[in-house]
Design a protein around this ligand. Structure first.
Ligand code: NAD
Ligand code: ZN
Ligand code: ZN
Length: 377
């Protein structure tokens, strides 16, 4: 079958690889219909990880079940399903508590597993014609048959729940004002989720015009940080107080305003300044324990200069971590089915699998208004 394979930094290729097969009675094989390229794929694409050449990418997958293992109970051939990017067992202590991103079974020695990711366990990705899903009864979310809402449902694998998770970590309530740093797919989904949760005003900080335009389209207030300090711009629009809540949807690849160099702590520090005392911060943006491409010795070891003193002084709460997609995907699916959520606005390109190499290149450079790319194998 055809799959998107990592070759070396800044190069992926569509190659023939072995078709996955059932290894365990609770596996299914899914014929992938849609699979998105994610900001997290770019960390590997850019060679910032130890991803081995030959890795099949893709953790945001949906499709139709082609084959079921003998132990599968809830699913049958022909079911339309979407899989959380997390691979999880469903029965370890963390899964039982709802923290499937920290499953202790699927990737021993490391917190949690995922498809197509370096250090995330032995689970090849779904930017391919077929995907093997382990613990399938637990990991597949059933969707209505047909092809309605295909793009909206694809986003249930990661970015819609992850954006929502940012709001959950930030404790966004009706009537809150919220600052979302980052207008990429995750930031736009966080802003959209904040509005779904009844926020009164949502700011989205970025400097990419198309992304700020999308933020405006959904009813958020765009803040262009290339035009002036984002904290000051937001304070001006909140009576000098700042927002009630804040979401970091940028992560360690944050750029400085003046230098355009990578400044991994800049967004965390801006959030500490932006959010009013006793507010809360949600950090779905990724920070890593080691980053060979980090701008200084400390950053290479995941250590950043964050104004923890001010965080403490303001009594801010801070929530972090990978999204346990299963906590949210069923409820968000039902919002889509009922027409109450249409996250698909974030998708800028739909392409056949063959075009993955150029799609990666454009997405990496954020050219041609690339926000989210969905591949159809
Ligand atoms: P992205 O790279 O497409 O978007 C990040 C955006 O941040 C870009 O548009 C960039 O212009 C903007 N940006 C850079 N510096 C900034 C600054 N100083 N202030 C404001 N904006 C700035 O990435 P994405 O796909 O939206 O993902 C965002 C983050 O979320 C990544 O770190 C990704 O790895 C992470 N992520 C986490 C989870 C999770 O489970 N927690 C899941 C998916 C993605
Ligand atoms: Zn993703
Ligand atoms: Zn588990």
């Amino acid at each position: 079958m055809k799959a998107v394979v990592y070759k070396r930094p800044f190069t992926v290729a569509v190659e023939d690889v072995e078709k996955p097969r059932i290894h365990h009675p609770n596996d299914v094989i899914v014929k992938v219909t849609s699979t998105a390229i994610c900001g997290s794929d770019l960390h590997m694409y850019e060679g910032r990880t130890t991803a081995e050449p030959g890795t099949v990418f893709g953790h945001e997958n949906m499709g139709i079940i082609e084959e079921t293992g003998q132990g599968v109970t809830l699913l049958k051939e022909g079911d339309r399903v979407v899989m959380p990017f997390n691979v999880a067992c469903g029965f370890c202590a963390n899964c039982v508590d709802g923290f499937t991103a920290f499953c202790q079974t699927v990737n021993p020695g490391f917190a949690g597993g995922a498809y197509g990711g370096v250090a995330m366990g032995p689970w090849p990705g779904g930017q391919a014609e077929y995907l093997r899903v382990p613990y399938a009864d637990f990991n597949c979310l059933k969707l209505p048959p047909g092809n309605e809402h295909e793009i909206d449902f694809t986003l249930l694998a990661d970015i819609f729940p992850t954006g929502y998770h940012g709001c959950e970590l930030a404790e966004v309530r009706p009537g809150d004002s919220v600052a979302v740093y980052g207008g990429g797919p995750v930031g736009l989904m966080a802003a959209y989720s904040a509005l779904l949760r009844g926020a009164k005003k949502v700011f989205v900080v970025d400097r990419v015009t198309e992304r700020l335009d999308k933020a405006r389209e959904i009813g958020a207030v765009p803040i262009d940080f290339s035009e002036g300090d984002a904290v000051e711009q937001i304070k001006e629009q909140t009576g000098g107080v700042g927002t009630d809540k804040g979401v970091d949807a940028v992560g360690y690849q944050a750029r400085g305003r003046e230098t355009d160099r990578e400044q991994p702590a800049t967004v965390l520090n801006s959030l500490v300044d932006t959010v009013r005392a006793t507010g809360a911060l949600g950090v779905p943006g990724l920070y890593v324990p080691t980053d060979p491409g980090g701008p200084d010795e400390q950053a290479k070891h995941g250590m950043l200069l964050v104004s923890i003193g001010k965080l403490f002084e303001k009594g801010l709460r801070l929530g972090t971590g990978q999204c346990s997609v299963k906590r949210y995907n069923r409820l968000l699916r039902d919002l889509i089915i009922e027409g109450r959520a249409k996250p698909g606005f974030v998708v800028s390109h739909e392409l056949p699998l063959d075009q993955a190499p150029s799609a990666y290149e454009k997405f990496d450079q954020r050219i041609e208004g690339c926000t989210t790319v969905v591949l159809h194998p």
